[in-house]
Design a protein around this ligand. Structure first.
Ligand SMILES: NC(=O)c1ccc[n+]([C@@H]2O[C@H](COP(=O)([O-])OP(=O)(O)OC[C@H]3O[C@@H](n4cnc5c(N)ncnc54)[C@H](O)[C@@H]3O)[C@@H](O)[C@H]2O)c1
Length: 242
């Protein structure tokens, strides 16, 4: 079994996930960069001495296969960061049932599949850290993405509920809820204009970047966060305050 701690970060080929992968690697963790985009995953993995895997988290067979490969190679999975997600910009009049289901298939169902596959490996070791990336849109009720906000509510509810069932396995599960962050995804999905009205509401007068989110995730993924589970930590430069 590998001595180093091993993490899977989904959706880590770019954006917030890539920032989290870099932070964990800096902390001495061997990071599996898992993403639909293999080329991007390989670029990030090469930079941090990690390994890249092509993975569609919404595909149950692919999740089982990739998690099995990682377990076979390393004999451990200490950390799972469920970051992969889609962030559609869809006003209510344009939101279809198909669109709603598409968003749920990745953000909620894919996250479920990852936890279902990885948690037994953590249970076997008596130790694990799961960090789910939610969103402060669930606090703010951000318009034009009701499907997305609903998935993030599902992530927070799941995090709260599962914590009580897997604590006995030595596994914590928490969520980090970022505010708007300058990722590749934000600018390609039409959310980039959001900075114009969000930045003035923040405590700090600048755009958030992936490196602003990564330290909170790394803390919750560390041994030091042993007494924290079922929680959601909002990391949004003071945009929302609860
Ligand atoms: N950027 C923001 O403003 C913001 C704010 C709050 C929460 N978030 C959340 O942070 C996470 C990352 O967001 P981002 O802005 O960095 O996004 P992004 O679009 O820049 O990157 C998302 C990555 O996930 C991958 N991905 C998408 N579907 C996948 C699938 N089915 N299987 C595997 N990989 C898949 C993409 O290929 C991409 O590399 C998401 O969960 C998002 O909801 C983002």
């Amino acid at each position: 079994m590998t001595e180093q701690r091993v993490a899977i970060v989904t959706g880590a080929a770019q954006g917030i996930g890539a920032g989290i992968a870099r932070e964990l690697a800096n902390d001495g963790v061997k990071v599996v960069v898992a993403d639909l985009n293999l080329e991007g995953a390989e670029t990030v993995a090469a930079e941090i001495d990690g390994i890249a895997k092509r993975l569609d988290i919404s595909d149950p067979a692919a999740v089982a296969q990739v998690v099995g490969e990682i377990d076979a190679e390393f004999g451990r999975i200490d950390i799972l960061v469920n970051n992969a997600g889609v962030v559609p910009f869809t006003p209510w009049e344009e939101l279809t049932f198909e669109g709603w289901q598409r968003t749920f298939s990745v953000n909620a169902n894919g996250l479920f599949l990852m936890v279902k596959a990885v948690e037994p490996i953590m249970k076997r070791a008596g130790y694990g850290r799961i960090v789910n990336i939610a969103s402060n849109t669930f606090v703010a009720g951000t318009p034009n993405c009701a499907d997305y906000v609903a998935t993030k509510g599902a992530v927070i509810g799941f995090t709260r509920a599962l914590a009580g069932e897997i604590g006995k396995d030595g596994v914590t599960i928490n969520a980090v809820a970022p505010g708007i962050i300058a990722s590749e995804g934000v600018f390609t999905t039409g959310h980039g204009d959001g900075f114009d009205y969000v930045v003035p509401m923040q405590a700090f007068d600048r755009r958030g970047v992936p490196a602003d989110i990564a330290p909170a995730v790394a803390f919750l993924a560390s041994e030091k966060a042993e007494w924290i589970t079922g929680q959601t930590l909002v990391v949004d430069g003071g945009h929302t305050r609860n």
